[in-house]
Design a binder for this molecule. Structure first.
Ligand SMILES: [Zn+2]
Length: 277
C-alpha cells in the first residue's frame, strides 16, 4: 500500500539568523538568506498530510495558536495553524488517525493542542494517537534543553491521553517508518513514507532549510552539534543513493528537494529543487 503526500504550511515565523546557522559566520549565511532589522530570517513550519485510503497521518503541527502578543511579535508568528491548513483542503481534524512529531519543541508540536473556552489546553486531533520517541518524551518532561522556553507544558500534557512512545526504528503503518536521527535533540526522529513515486522523507530539524546542506551548517539550537552533523551526512547520503524526495521542515520557499553531489565541492551534498506540487 502506498501513501499520498501533501505539504501543509502551518504558519510562517522568524528566528535569529545567527542561532539558525550556529558556528557559520554571518558573512556567509547572510548571502543565502536576508535577515531583517532584528537579524531574524524567514522560516515556515512545513507539515505533511499522508493518506493511504484507510489512515490520515499528520507529520508535525507547527507552533499552534496558544501565544501572547509579545511572543507573536518576537517570533513574527503568522496567525495561522495546521488546522487552518487542513480546513483549506477540506480535511476535518477528527479524521486524522495518527500524528507524528520529529521532536517536541514548540514549533513542531504546538499545533497538536489548543486552548478551550476556559483557557485549558486540549488536544486538537481527538482521534489521533501521537507518535514520538520515548527518549524525546522523557527529555521534554524533564525540560532537558539549553533553551528555557522550547518544551512547553501546555503543549505536552494533553498528549498523554493517547501517546505511542517508540524506541528506535518503527513501522508506524505499512510503508510508513520513523527512525532515530539524534543531534538536534537526543530523541529526534525522522519520517519516511513509500509513495507511488518513491520514498518521501521528512528529516525535521536535522536539516531545516535548503541552506543547511553543508556539514557545518547546523543550528545553534542543536543539543549535540557533532551528532547532528554526522546524522545529517548519513541521512543525505542515503537520500542521494536511494533517490528519496525530501520535504524540509522550515524552508520558507519550495520545501521539496532531492539530494545531489555538490557540483562545487565533490563528496559533499547539495539540494536541487523538485516541482511536485
Ligand atoms: Zn524547529
Amino acid at each position: 500500500m502506498t501513501w499520498s503526500v501533501k505539504v501543509l504550511r502551518a504558519g510562517n515565523f522568524r528566528l535569529d539568523g545567527g542561532s539558525m546557522f550556529g558556528v557559520v559566520p554571518k558573512a556567509l549565511w547572510s548571502r543565502l538568506t536576508s535577515p531583517d532589522s532584528s537579524n531574524r530570517i524567514p522560516l515556515q513550519t512545513n507539515c505533511l498530510l499522508l493518506e493511504n485510503g484507510q489512515h490520515r497521518v499528520l507529520v508535525e503541527s507547527g507552533y499552534g495558536q496558544d501565544w501572547d502578543d509579545k511572543s507573536r511579535k518576537n517570533f513574527a508568528l503568522e496567525p495561522r495553524t495546521v488546522k487552518d491548513a487542513l480546513e483549506e483542503i477540506g480535511v476535518v481534524s477528527t479524521s486524522i488517525t495518527h500524528t507524528i512529531v520529529t521532536h517536541l519543541h514548540f514549533d513542531h508540536c504546538g499545533g497538536l493542542t489548543e486552548l478551550d473556552e476556559n483557557g485549558q489546553s486540549r488536544r486538537v486531533f481527538m482521534n489521533a494517537k501521537c507518535i514520538v520517541q520515548q527518549q524525546e518524551w522523557m527529555d521534554a518532561q524533564d525540560n532537558r534543553s539549553t533553551m528555557s522556553k522550547t518544551y512547553l507544558a501546555n503543549n505536552l500534557s494533553p498528549l498523554e491521553e493517547d501517546l505511542e512512545l517508540v524506541d528506535g526504528q518503527h513501522e508506524v503503518l505499512p510503508g510508513l517508518f520513523v527512525w532515530p536521527t539524534p543531534g538536534h535533540t537526543w530523541g529526534h526522529q525522522s519520517v519516511r513514507a513509500h509513495t507511488k513515486t518513491g520514498v518521501v522523507a521528512f528529516l525535521g530539524d536535522v536539516v531545516p532549510t535548503v541552506n543547511h546542506a553543508p556539514p557545518a551548517f547546523s543550528m545553534g539550537y542543536d543539543m549535540l552539534p557533532w551528532d547532528n552533523m554526522k546524522t545529517k551526512q548519513a541521512a543525505l547520503s542515503q537520500a542521494m543513493e536511494e533517490q528519496w524526495q525530501l520535504v524540509l521542515a522550515h524552508e520558507p520557499n519550495n520545501p521539496w528537494v532531492r539530494v545531489i553531489d555538490d557540483p562545487r565541492s565533490h563528496g559533499r551534498h547539495a539540494f536541487e529543487a523538485l516541482e511536485t506540487e
